[in-house]
Design a protein. Structure first.
Lengths: 251, 310
């Protein structure tokens, strides 16, 4: 496909999503309020070192925000009857999906940067070196890409009821935050818990954030990055396959 | 204006959903500049066919060619040639009319200035100027359908596909839409129209295709289709006072129906029947208030072809 047509389609789809869907209540609730409440419920009344757990909370925020938009767009479009029109434009399914991913990525990036800034300015979180800033930036982009892709994959069932997709989305996303070293540091996980954590893409993002902000990463950086790229590729490929298969269902 | 190669070619397309064969080995072509009506009862396969024409569904077998471009091989180029008004193709209600037009225009690769210029023209032609900056959710159903049409034609497509464009609309919106379709056709666009409104198809279409249970049962001009099944014509006449059917009876009138203040005379010889009615009126001091000759209807042909009961 012609690259300019592809990039034009992605940009327009992403802009449309930002304009229409960012303000919707489920995006605000699951993308911003939910990670905030998770943080508050974990932190309030407990004597924990906030600096030590900050990388995990940052990763959780990124995870929820980046994956909050994607699952809802397709069901909303099918419910509103706009999806068939969107498909009738000169775009391929992958273009629409990438547009949805970009919208999720931007939402995730902005909120994550905001939380990181708050962490640095208020909580005295420190980034040890310039190279860590670059690594953090790459990790934020990769993480947002990965979890926005997961969000789009979660939208692939043919349902046109956003509530059904939200249920599936919660079923997948919640277990991940408990096996990815957010509440129990990766270094303290052992046995089956550690094995499970390898299966979660969030683990690798938490590890990069731990390495950059606390100097406590346990995997090599290259492995973390490769894992995020691999998970992103799998999520996108499967999402493309499922969305194509379920294209006309629920129209 | 008919030119050489067809605008739409459909070669043996078949689509199955599980065991159901929704569209079964369908073939037809639509000449450039033609208004082509695609009729059929509910569940006949109209929407599945139009979704294969628009590239939303891939046929299990067969090919769709739009303006010489194979839809399966090069869907982007094929879609650039088309304007599509899907059956449930709503516009974005959170955006304004103008924003919807901008979105459509950008998808078709138009420049901002072209979109702005064409938006102004279309907003005015479709009676949408006053509400152009209001969110679409505040617009009526008719206005939403007009916005939908404006979005589909902003790039001035060679081929316009409309799936039930006037379904459930008020008279004014329906007329505006029909006028827009006619204007597009006058400019050279090929129109592919599915509708339940047989009278609309009869008036607008140069050729009509009837699909039933996934198969094409007839393709012809409306006039030829009408005459395929029934050669009987009728004369509808209204007199200034009540008339008994016995008075009008004649050997060349096969049936007489009195409906309200009108009398329907069925005949194979409309000329003799009209003269007979006029002569009887003069002889009996009756005044003819109105008289219309009605040919066999497309609806009659449709019902016979699709196996329905009148």
């Amino acid at each position: 496909m012609n690259f300019s047509i592809l990039s034009r389609g992605i940009t327009i789809t992403a802009e449309k999503n930002i304009r229409i869907y960012y303000k919707k209540a489920p995006v605000i609730i699951f993308g911003i309020l939910f990670p905030l409440f998770m943080f508050i419920s974990f932190y309030i009344g407990r004597d924990i070192d906030i600096i030590r757990f900050f990388p995990g909370f940052l990763a959780m925020t990124l995870f929820f925000t980046a994956s909050s938009v994607g699952p809802l767009i397709t069901p909303w479009e099918k419910q509103a009857g706009t999806y068939e029109r969107l498909l009738s434009y000169p775009v391929k399914v992958i273009t629409i999906l990438l547009g949805d991913v970009v919208a999720g990525m931007l939402f995730g990036s902005v909120i994550t940067i905001l939380v990181l800034t708050v962490g640095i300015l208020i909580l005295d979180v420190s980034i040890f070196s310039t190279i860590n800033i670059v690594i953090l930036a790459v990790a934020v982009i990769l993480g947002c890409l990965c979890f926005a892709s997961l969000g789009v994959l979660l939208a692939s069932p043919s349902s046109k009821a956003p509530s059904n997709v939200m249920m599936l989305s919660s079923l997948v996303r919640f277990p991940l935050i408990f096996i990815s070293g957010i509440f129990v540091p990766l270094g303290e996980l052992g046995g089956f818990g550690l094995l499970l954590s390898y299966l979660s893409p969030l683990t690798y993002l938490v590890d990069i954030f731990n390495a950059c902000l606390n100097g406590t990463g346990i995997f090599p950086l290259a492995l973390d990055i490769m894992a995020l790229i691999l998970f992103t590729s799998i999520f996108l490929a499967v999402a493309n396959l499922f969305h194509k298969r379920n294209l006309a269902k629920g129209l | 204006m008919i030119r050489d190669s067809p605008a739409i070619e459909v070669h043996n397309i078949t689509k199955r959903f599980g065991k159901l064969v929704a569209v079964n080995n369908v073939n037809f072509s639509v000449a450039k500049g033609e208004i082509f009506g695609f009729l059929g009862p509910n569940g006949a396969g109209k929407t599945t066919t139009i979704r294969m024409l628009t590239g939303i569904l891939i046929p299990d077998a067969g090919r769709v060619i739009i303006e010489g471009i194979d839809m399966e091989k090069d869907p982007i180029r094929a879609k650039m040639k088309m304007g599509i008004i899907p059956e449930i193709g709503n516009v974005y209600v959170d955006l304004t009319t103008r924003q919807n037009l901008l979105l459509s225009g950008r998808f078709y690769g138009l420049s901002k200035s072209t979109i702005e210029k064409r938006s102004e023209e279309m907003l005015s032609a479709l009676g949408l100027s006053e509400r152009s900056d209001d969110p679409v959710r505040t617009c009526s159903k008719g206005m939403k359908q007009r916005i939908s049409i404006a979005c589909a034609i902003i790039h001035e497509p060679c081929v316009l596909l409309l799936d039930e464009p006037t379904e459930g609309l008020d008279v004014q919106s329906r007329r505006l839409i029909i006028d827009t379709i006619s204007k597009m056709n006058d400019k050279g666009s090929t129109i592919f129209l599915t509708t339940h409104n047989i009278e609309e198809a009869n008036r607008l279409c140069k050729k009509v295709c009837i699909i039933n249970k996934g198969k094409i049962v007839a393709i012809n001009t409306p006039e030829r289709l009408k005459n395929t099944f029934d050669k009987t014509q009728s004369i509808e006449v209204a007199f200034n006072k009540h008339v008994n059917s016995e008075l009008l009876a004649s050997t060349f009138i096969s049936k007489i129906d009195i409906c309200g203040d009108k009398v329907h005379l069925y005949t194979n010889d409309p000329d003799r029947t009209v003269k007979h009615v006029v002569s009887l009126a003069e002889k009996n001091g009756l005044r003819i208030l109105s008289m219309t000759t009605c040919g066999p209807s497309l609806e009659e042909a449709f019902i016979k072809l699709t196996g329905g009961k009148k």
